[in-house]
Every structure is written in structure tokens, then in C-alpha cells.
Write a protein that binds this ligand. Sequence first.
Ligand code: SF4
Length: 243
Amino acid sequence: MDRQSRFSYQCNQCGLCCHAKVITLSPYDVLRIARARSIATSEAVRRYTLRRGSLLRFGEDGGCVALSGSRCTVHEGRPLACRLYPLGIERTEAGERLIRLDPEPGSRGTYGAEATAGDFIDAQGTKPYFEALETYRALIPAFRARVESIVDFERIEPRDFWRRAVVEALLESNYDPNPLIDAIFDPDGLGRARETESETIRAHVEKLAEMASREDDAERLAAAAVALAISLGYAPGEVIVGR
Ligand code: SF4
């Protein structure tokens, strides 16, 4: 489906959809969670995320760690995926595709067709999220170009190289230290003391670009490129386009 498709949804706050999910986070999602709780992004990563900041954390009972009863304690800063639910979104360099997700068994949410998917998405306060995704997206070709400048792909098989980067980016434990990935999910760490969110993001993006331009370890850089792409809603293969 797309934004013109007929769709409406009324959340009735049963909290059932806040269980047992895999929710990918962007750097902006982490920033918004942090602002909603008045904490630094590094602390938000520690409390609310897995996989170095790239996944929302769910507890042993299956519930999101931000859930209290049926209430979201970061509601003002809830991630884009939570705002879009029960729509999912797949992003490609060619555009986006919307997916209507199945209701949770027993959910009190009600589906309808009174408006369009685009109306629904706009009503969820998603505009700054999509703007931030575009701002961060500009880093992907820069990371990729830096990788290409330091790897001799005449000698190293590109698909194997990028496959290793995907595996490293998706590890939830036992991953190698990677200051670039740590920095991606810690906008305050690099963009600190900015007045506004947009200034923080701009400073963060500039610093990430600078870090990437100085990074000499191609495998670390490639894993960071893949982690960033996934966090922005792209399939890992999007980084490898053109290989
Ligand atoms: S962040 Fe909030 S809306 Fe999203 S899964 Fe957690 S409790 Fe639910």
C-alpha cells in the first residue's frame, strides 16, 4: 500500500502492541526518547535499547521497557515505528512501501478506511522523524565512498566484505568495539550543548562525517555504514547497491 491507500486506525490503549516486537531505532528516535525522559542520549541507549542503540529493548516479560501498565512512559518521544503502528514502512533508494501489520491477538485497536494512510501518518507527529531520516541519509554515500577509497576491491571480494559488515552490524553481543556505531546512536555525545533538536542533529551529522573521513579501518567503517542504513529503515543491501 502507499500513502493514498484508504486506511484509518484508532488506538484504544490496551498496550498489547508494545510487547515482543523488533523495533529498529534511528539516531533521532534515541534523541527523542532521551528528550522525553530528560536524560542524555548515552543514558537512553543504556536504559532503552539493545544492539548498541539500534533496537528498542523489551524485557523478560516481553513488554517494552518503556511500558508501565498500558502506558508508554516516553509517549512524547516514542519511536517512529511506534507512531506508524499498525503500519510498517520499508524504505529503498527508490521510495517507500507501506505494510499493514496484523492486529495483536485481543487488541482493542480498531481498523477502518475513513481516511488515507498518509493522513494517518501525518497525524502521528512523524514529520520531524522523516526530516531527520533524510538528514542522516546523506551520510550513507559518504561512508560508502570512504570505504571504497581505502579498500582494494580488486583484491577483496566486495560481497564477502559487505556480508561481514552486515553480520557485524546486526550482532546483539560479542561485537567488536566500534566508536562510529557508538557515536551514531549518541547524538548528544557529538552534538552536545545545542539549543534545538535540529542544531543537535546538524552538529551530529557533521561530526559523524568527520569521524568517517578519519577512519582507516574499513571493516569498522562498513559495519557503521550498514548499522546506519538499517537504523534509517533500509535493508542492509541498500548500502551495497552498485556492488
Ligand atoms: S516506546 Fe512506547 S509505544 Fe513504543 S513499544 Fe515502547 S511503550 Fe510501546
